[in-house]
Design a protein. Structure first.
Length: 611
């Protein structure tokens, strides 16, 4: 859950690496550092606790000159954020320097072994064993030493390694953590994410597990762990560097909330068209395969899991197939019963989420057909799943996910319609009606974004509260879970989400005068029951912000809630896509009023590539 970057070429490495680290800071931001090979043939390392800005200030006091280097921005796992625990880490002799994203699970065993060989350790990190181990195996060939060290390491890693005796190369290695290599006329790169490379190149190579890259100023070689050459095809990144910039918005999160109409439109494109069958590329499933499915598992983490909770209802209603939704870290350890003709759908924005990848592998091992929903081409889930559905959300830089969530629901809706089409489980007229409504969603999302005053006013009235509660029934409960997560992620307010029907089973004991409650009532069949739930909490003094479909003209909501937000009317199954947008905005306004770092909330990282 860190960001690594490396460069070798004709440019000065330090400013290039610092720029890359800024673009990777969403992956971790409690410390950072660089190692640069300078003109005096010395490797110099500068690192410190804090954001990239702190590292820039330190380098300004201790300038680094040279055209080859590696950098790191950290999200601490082993060892508190501190100067000494920051990466890069070096061997005691100073001849090996390493940056690492991942966790070395057997580091204590390796550490004890290396201590017995005379090595000294100075940090609390698991990473420090890596440069020591490479140093132990180093006999003039860095790639060979890295391979030998890796054969002893258990866990996950994306590595960038430099050796004092080989100033003309960086060796990179990937296992269960993302890593790409980039090529340009002015030099070559490695990075955890293509966003770090976009100002310099759009031509990249995705490393697969257990592949090494030997990066020179004008060459890249890819090797297997056995030292054999690996042929790889370059990938051209089509989105521009502007997509990874704020474009005038105060925060990436606000920009990405406002990009949702486009993200919805792009994910629908060529798949949902009036009067034409639903089309999904790379589905790799025949109508016979789909008709044979007897059970579906949806497995994901965090926000993607909440999209899966919505997807459960969508798929069951559209296909008649029973669906089980599970948190990936729970699924993989509970010994799920996967019988014949099961489909496992995994959802991951990055395609690199460690627990979701492990669940995918567990499902495949037990015989399930697998389908991945992801936003990132070339990611691990795209290579390991039988079928892939790409969401075209574009880069998502803010740690708190927004547009990824709505496009994941669009993906699940499209899959549901495609399966219903193959199974004939829905009338063609009903499929067409839902498709028509889906095509209206971008415009309706824009209409939601245009009415912010209610949200801003309620946020201004409530941002100092320590607790807030979210209520909903059916699909609204699923959306309430996501709204609650967004607020706690970026504002640090304690929030909980509850099913409306559970109020009288204990939850209502928490309601007192002034308690803030966010209540969703977009589902037509459940509206009256939710109105009753809202009255139950307002009677006890709660301050309620309500969300429903339609407008205020009906008078149904007069006096029900303290404030109301109306989303444009749509099909009940589509309502979560529109209902979540004002919840995201409300969370954003509260966090800004509280002075929080919206894009980089404390203790969180964007891509969770470790357990």
């Amino acid at each position: 859950m860190c960001g690594v970057v490396g460069y070798i070429g004709s440019r000065q490495a330090a400013p290039t690496l610092l720029d890359g680290l800024k673009r990777l800071e969403y992956r971790g931001y409690d410390s950072a550092g660089l190692t640069i090979f300078n003109e005096e043939q010395e490797m110099r390392t500068v690192k410190c606790k804090g954001r990239i800005g702190a590292l820039e200030e330190k380098i300004a006091d201790h300038p680094l000159s040279g055209t080859i280097g590696i950098g790191h921005t950290r999200w601490a796992t082993h060892g508190e954020p501190s100067d000494i625990n920051s990466h890069p880490h070096t061997s005691p002799s100073g001849r090996i320097s390493v940056v690492h994203n991942g966790i070395i699970e057997n580091y204590q065993h390796l550490k004890a072994y290396l201590i017995s060989k005379g090595y000294v350790f100075y940090t609390e990190t698991d990473t420090e064993v890596i440069p020591h181990l490479i140093d132990f195996y180093y006999h003039g060939d860095l790639a060979e030493a890295v391979t030998q060290a890796a054969s002893k390491m258990e866990g996950s890693y994306a590595l960038g390694v430099m050796a004092r005796e080989e100033p003309d190369k960086i060796v990179a290695l990937r296992k269960d953590s993302p890593l790409v290599a980039g090529v340009s006329a002015e030099g070559n790169f490695i990075a955890s994410d293509v966003s770090a490379l976009l100002p310099y190149t759009r031509t990249v190579y995705y490393l697969h597990d257990n592949e090494l890259a030997v990066i020179g100023a004008s060459s890249i070689r890819f090797l297997s762990m056995e030292g054999e050459s690996v042929a790889k095809e370059p990938v051209t990144i089509t989105w521009s560097v502007d997509a990874a910039e704020k474009s005038g918005y105060e925060h990436f999160m606000l920009k990405e909330i406002h990009e949702q109409p486009k993200a919805i439109r792009d994910t629908l494109a060529s798949r949902i068209m009036p009067g034409q069958p639903v089309a999904i590329e790379q589905i790799n499933m025949s109508p016979e395969d789909i008709r044979a499915i007897q059970k579906i598992f949806i497995v994901a983490c965090g926000t993607a899991y909440h999209a899966g909770v919505v997807g459960k209802t969508i798929l069951e209603k559209m296909t008649g197939i029973p669906v089980e939704t599970d948190i990936a870290s729970e699924f993989r350890y509970r010994g799920p019963i996967i019988q014949e003709n099961a489909l496992l759908i995994v959802i991951s924005q990055s395609g690199e989420t460690a627990d979701t990848l492990a669940a995918l592998r567990e499902g495949r091992k037990k015989g399930a057909r697998t389908l991945a929903i992801t936003n990132v081409m070339g990611s691990s889930v795209t290579r390991e799943a039988d079928s892939v559905f790409y969401t075209w959300a574009g880069p998502e830089i803010a740690v708190a996910s927004t547009k990824a969530y709505v496009t994941q629901i669009i993906a699940l809706l499209t899959i549901g319609l495609y399966f219903a089409q193959c199974k004939e489980s829905m009338a063609s007229e009903e499929i067409e009606r839902i498709k028509s409504e889906m095509l209206l969603l971008p415009g309706k999302a824009e209409a939601v974004l245009a009415q912010k005053e209610t949200l801003q006013k309620f946020a201004a009235e409530t941002f100092n509260h320590r607790d807030m509660f979210y209520l909903g029934r059916g699909l609204d409960y699923a959306v309430a879970m996501e709204g609650s997560l967004k607020l706690k992620e970026i504002s640090y307010i304690h929030t909980e989400s509850y099913a409306g029907g559970e109020l009288k089973h204990g939850t209502i004991a928490l309601i007192e005068k002034g308690t803030v409650v966010i209540a969703l009532a977009t589902q037509k069949a459940l509206r009256e029951k939710m109105i009753s739930n809202i009255k139950e909490v307002t009677t006890r003094g709660a301050n309620v912000l309500g969300f429903t479909m339609g407008n205020a003209e009906s008078g149904v909501w007069d006096g029900v809630a303290n404030a109301m937000f109306y989303i444009p009317a749509t099909e009940d199954l589509l309502a979560p896509i529109l209902a979540v947008i004002p919840l995201q905005l409300f969370s954003y306004y509260v966090a800004v009023l509280r002075g929080c770092d919206v894009d980089r909330p404390r203790n969180l990282a964007k891509s969770v590539t470790v357990e």
